[in-house]
Design a protein around this ligand. Structure first.
Ligand SMILES: [Zn+2]
Length: 102
């Protein structure tokens, strides 16, 4: 139950970073860890695949310092989706955090 809430946050987080700059899987794993989310590759990669299959992310392989890496970035549709989610996130955060001070 708790997990299903957290996975929603993580998906929005991934989409947000994908609109900022291309990233690869282990970078995202570190980034999420910095935010306090411990994610295994077995959880992260299916989410990335799903976002890609849904048309929100696109990937390409690049060789960086001799390592082949799959980079992900947001598609136009992904950017639109984030814009659509932004006010919802703001409203939710405002309501939840305001409720906290009551
Ligand atoms: Zn972040």
């Amino acid at each position: 139950m708790v997990r299903s809430f957290v996975l929603g946050f993580i998906r929005i987080h991934i989409l947000y970073h994908a609109t900022e700059k291309p990233f690869y899987g282990s970078w995202m794993m570190k980034e999420l860890e910095n935010h306090g989310y411990e994610l295994s590759p077995g959880t992260l990669y299916p989410i990335l695949n799903d976002l890609e299959e849904s048309g929100y992310l696109e990937s390409c392989e690049r060789v960086v310092e001799g390592k082949k890496r799959k980079y992900y970035r947001a598609t136009e549709e992904g950017k639109r989706k984030l814009e659509e989610l932004r006010p919802k996130v703001r409203e939710l955060v405002n309501e939840v955090l305001e409720g906290e001070s009551d």
